[in-house]
Design a protein around this ligand. Structure first.
Ligand SMILES: Nc1ncnc2c1ncn2[C@@H]1O[C@H](COP(=O)(O)OP(=O)(O)OP(=O)(O)O)[C@@H](O)[C@H]1O
Ligand SMILES: [Mg+2]
Length: 112
């Protein structure tokens, strides 16, 4: 999970490059019904076009000159396949981005 959150927060840091805004990133976590954790990571960086939002979780989708496009694809895999959660992205170009994550508070131990 640390890797997933690092990738998402790293994107928020990078989204402030070229903007004049204070680089604030808001991370919130709330428990629902004692069973699910809801997290959001919000920035007011460069934001994304609708098309870019649609492609964002695809491997190799990048708008950055030295980006690999791995960050969100790996984050999605970790959150959804490894932890039984879900991840969503809302973004407006020029305004900012919010990534929302839901996770079960406890996970069944997998039998291999
Ligand atoms: N918080 C954000 N603000 C603006 N754009 C974002 C944000 N998060 C993701 N994106 C967009 O989604 C694309 C994919 O993100 P992803 O983390 O998968 O790859 P990357 O950041 O380009 O490369 P890498 O993470 O491998 O260095 C980014 O190139 C960027 O265009
Ligand atoms: Mg990234």
């Amino acid at each position: 999970m640390l890797q997933a959150l690092t990738n998402i927060i790293q994107n928020s840091v990078e989204a402030y490059a070229g903007t004049q805004r204070p680089p604030e990133i808001l991370v919130e976590a709330t428990m629902y019904n004692g069973s699910r954790v809801h997290m959001t990571i919000t920035d007011h960086g460069c934001g994304m076009s609708k098309e870019a939002v649609g492609d964002a979780f695809m491997l190799f989708a990048t708008s950055k000159p030295h980006g690999t496009g791995f960050g969100l694809a790996i984050a999605k895999k970790i959150i959804e396949s490894d932890h039984g959660g879900a991840v969503y992205l809302e973004s407006t170009r020029g305004q900012g981005t919010k990534v929302a994550i839901t996770l079960p508070r406890e996970q069944e131990v997998r039998e291999w």
